[in-house]
Design a protein. Structure first.
Length: 297
């Protein structure tokens, strides 16, 4: 089997805007993908990037979170079609962020499409809900982890809060993922720090690449996306062949724009075989015994 070739990855820190329609959102997406032309084979947008449409689609006179979210769900198929057309026009693989979509039984889930240049799509749902998603937005857990076969080998997607828990990404790595994409949307620096720490931990314990990209900027017209903080970054294991701190690449905090990097899956295979440590191999396979109080003597 021919080893996977290096991947030119583009991460977009998406500045929340105010498009007036789904078509205007599609045009905006086209403009950003034009900037990445020739520099990225796979482009990644953050979680909930398209929710910037909610205010216009709800047509309310003041920010109304419930109305914005209901409008996003109602227009989900049209938004997904716009994303698909943008990927096909640009001729790239595209993870265009996530959408709020209605699932079986009427539940609302948070779903990330991965779109091929020919328009084929596959999906990863978010499984762990933050408090605001569960308590305010009424978003439910979706289907479990998937893996995605691409021209650069098998990858995983672990959406925002999911990357803060080991088992989601680990299950993808165990099925061959050498890269995990973690699109995020965080409204505080503390929220971004949690995603960043989780992503770096997943890269360390799985000896793989993990890539994060956020929404950024203030949007006072939107109750759903009013404030956004973070930076695009790519993490690897702090081991041989990788940067000493594990930070492969990083953009500026709270600044919109692209971060480009070329990632070689051969580095992952090499560090797993010949690293100073073998976290990937040494992952505990058996349940950890229940701790008991130690006896002082």
């Amino acid at each position: 089997m021919t080893p996977p070739r290096p991947l030119r990855l583009g991460l977009l820190a998406w500045p929340v805007g105010q498009p007036a329609s789904v078509a205007a959102f599609g045009t905006r997406l086209d403009g950003w993908l034009d900037q990445a032309r020739g520099q990225a084979d796979l482009c990644v947008l953050p979680e909930y990037a398209c929710v910037e449409l909610g205010a216009a689609l709800a047509a309310t006179t003041a920010p109304d979170e419930a109305a914005e979210l209901a409008a996003m769900v109602a227009h989900a198929e049209a938004i997904l079609a716009a994303m698909r057309q943008a990927a096909m026009r640009a001729g790239v693989w595209l993870l265009p962020g996530t959408l709020l979509m209605r699932a079986a039984g009427g539940r609302i889930i948070n779903r990330a499409p991965l779109i091929a240049p020919d328009g084929r799509m596959a999906f990863q749902d978010k499984t762990a809900m933050t408090r605001f998603e569960a308590e305010r937005w009424g978003v439910s857990s979706g289907a479990g982890p998937a893996v995605f076969d691409t021209p650069w080998g098998r990858i995983g997607i672990s959406i925002c809060y999911d990357i803060e828990f080991p088992k989601h990404a680990r299950s993808q790595v165990e099925q061959g993922a050498w890269l995990v994409l973690a699109p995020s949307c965080t409204d505080s620096l503390q929220g971004y720090a949690r995603v960043r720490v989780g992503a770096a931990a997943r890269a360390l314990e799985n000896q793989c690449f993990v890539a994060v990209t956020p929404t950024v900027g203030a949007a006072p017209w939107s109750a759903a996306l009013d404030e956004n903080h973070g930076q695009p970054a790519i993490f690897g294991p702090p081991d041989r062949g990788f940067p000493e701190d594990g930070v492969v690449a990083a953009g500026a905090m709270d600044q919109p724009g692209w971060l480009f990097a070329t990632l070689d899956p051969a580095l992952v295979a090499e560090v797993r075989a010949n690293g100073a440590v073998r976290n990937h191999r040494d992952w505990p396979r058996r349940p950890v015994p229940t701790p008991k109080p130690a006896a002082f003597t």
